[in-house]
Structure formats: C-alpha cells, structure tokens
Design a protein around this ligand. Structure first.
Ligand SMILES: C[S@@+](CC[C@H](N)C(=O)[O-])C[C@H]1O[C@@H](n2cnc3c(N)ncnc32)[C@H](O)[C@@H]1O
Length: 281
C-alpha cells in the first residue's frame, strides 16, 4: 500500500498562531512551542505533547470502533501525554512497561523478553523504542508473541522513507548522534522496517495523518508532515486492517478549520485598520 508521507502546505491555518492539542483537549491561542531540536510548532505548552503524541490521540480515536473491548493494554515506554486517551478505552488491565522503573511504570523489564504470557495483550503501544534496541528482531518477535490473535499493536519508530535502515550498535557516541539522531539510538530505520515486522510474524499497515485528516486540520493540530505509524496484527489474525478511507467529514473539518483561520486573519486586519484610522495625527 502506498500512502502519502508529506502533506501539502495548509495556507490559511499556517498563517495564524491558534492551534489545538488533541492530547489535552486545549485550544492554544499562541500555538505550539518549538520542539527539543528547535523545530517550530512542535510542543504543546500545556501537556508537552509532540507531533507523534497528537497523531496518536487522533489515531486512537479513529481506531476505537475497531479496537472494541480492551482486556489487557500493554503500553511500552509509556508517554504521559497518551495516558488520558488510552484510559478512555477503559482497559481491564493497563500495564505500563519500561526498562527503567519509577513513577508511571507498572512492570519493569526488557522488550526483548517481555514478562507476559503468549497472546495475552489486546492492545499494544510501542513508540520510539525499537531504535534503542540492539536486537530489534528479538523485540519484534516478543511483540508478536504477546499480541492476542485479534490484538492490535500501534508502533512508531523514527524512519526515513526511501532509504535502507542504517544501523551500527558499535558506533561511537558522536557518530550515533550524527547518524541516528541521539546517543542512545543504534539505528535509523528505512523502508525495510516493514520486512522486519513481517519477519517477526506481524501483518503490517502503515498509516499517516493524511489518511485521517486534511492539510488544514493537520496543521491546526500540529501533527507534523512526516509522521508514519505501523498498525500491526499477528499474521494469522482473523481479519486484516486497511487504512481508512477518508470520509466527507475529512474535507468538512478541513474547510471549517481553514474558514475559522481566515475569519481570524480578517478580524486582525480589521482591528489593525481601525487602529490606524483612529490614530491621532
Ligand atoms: C524516547 S523514549 C520513548 C517514550 C515514549 N514512548 C514517547 O514516544 O514519547 C524511549 C523509551 O524506551 C525505553 N527503553 C529503552 N530500551 C528499552 C528496552 N530494552 N526495553 C524496554 N524499554 C526500553 C526507555 O526507557 C524510554 O522510556
């Protein structure tokens, strides 16, 4: 399946500062703050969500009818920004798992040996972990092992479309920062991430924000232009997943967001004109 990875520029909303964070459900008059690397329009000033957390919130809402009842939810390396949306699923058991213990972690362990029995997880979330793991194939096999037959995994890794995975766990720290983005990353994934997931016994569907929302709405929520998420299921799952078809609501929301942005700009313009006209000469 080929899905677009970049969004067209959204001119109306891009010209206005107002934004909305779907993680904490706040309207942000002044918009998002820069990200950890200084990129603009990235961090929610309230809940500190980044683009990936906000797309996750949208995705989870969109998948909710298909997800249905959640017995066990395994949240690997839990992001606090995702918690509120995950709790809305009312899982019977919510297991927050990480290599490091501490507040916000229920179960400590290594993703390459998850201390849970086979096929017991209905919903699994694993964002920005696999790029840290030397033996990521072992980790992927573990994800496949713990997922229930009709379970769903929602995964994200940093990746560069159109490339082959670049990896070297033995590279010195400065080289890892240069090649993989951070000192504790051992690779940068390319297109072959799909093959690794399939080899691990998973059925894979890649989705992007453009599958769910138009460009104006994407910009309004600050979902980023290069987000991809892998929806995975056991290869022998009873039903496969497809990226959702956009509905008339997609373009309706987009046009509404653009119209609101235009109205806001016009109001600002009218205020400025009034100020200029009434200025003492
Ligand atoms: C960049 S953080 C991702 C946090 C969160 N998922 C997000 O997207 O904001 C990476 C996380 O992976 C966890 N981690 C690294 N190696 C791990 C391992 N072998 N097993 C389990 N968790 C691991 C780290 O402890 C850390 O919490």
């Amino acid at each position: 399946m080929t899905v677009p990875t970049t969004l067209p520029t959204a001119p109306a909303i891009a010209a206005t500062p107002g934004r909305y964070c779907p993680c904490c459900d706040r309207h942000l008059r002044e918009g998002f703050l820069p990200g950890p690397d200084g990129r603009p329009d990235a961090t929610c000033p309230r809940c500190k969500s980044l683009e990936r957390h906000r797309f996750f919130a949208i995705l989870l809402g969109a998948l909710r009818p298909q997800i249905g009842r959640v017995g066990t939810l395994l949240d690997i390396a839990p992001a606090p920004q995702a918690r509120a949306r995950l709790l809305e699923l009312e899982p019977e058991s919510y297991v927050r798992f990480d290599l490091r213990g501490g507040r916000g972690v229920d179960l400590r362990g290594n993703i390459t040996a998850i201390p849970l029995r086979d096929r017991c997880v209905d919903l699994l979330v694993c964002y920005h972990v696999l790029e840290h793991i030397v033996d990521d194939r072992a980790a992927i096999a573990e994800l496949g092992r713990v997922l229930a037959a009709d379970g769903l995994g929602i995964l994200q890794v940093p990746w560069r479309p159109g490339t082959v995975t670049d990896e070297d766990p033995d590279a010195p720290e400065d080289e890892r920062i240069r090649r993989f983005g951070l000192a504790d990353h051992v690779r940068y994934y390319g297109d072959d991430i799909d093959d690794r997931l399939v080899e691990g016994g998973l059925d894979v569907t890649r989705v992007t924000p453009a599958d769910y929302l138009g460009a104006e709405a994407n910009t309004w929520m600050g979902l980023g232009e290069d987000q991809s998420v892998w929806l995975v299921r056991p290869a022998d799952a009873p039903a496969t997943w497809a990226a959702p078809a956009t509905t008339p609501l997609t373009s309706t929301l987009d046009s509404l967001v653009a119209e609101l942005a235009r109205t806001r700009l016009e109001r600002q313009e009218a205020r400025r004109a009034l100020r200029d006209a009434t200025k003492p000469r």
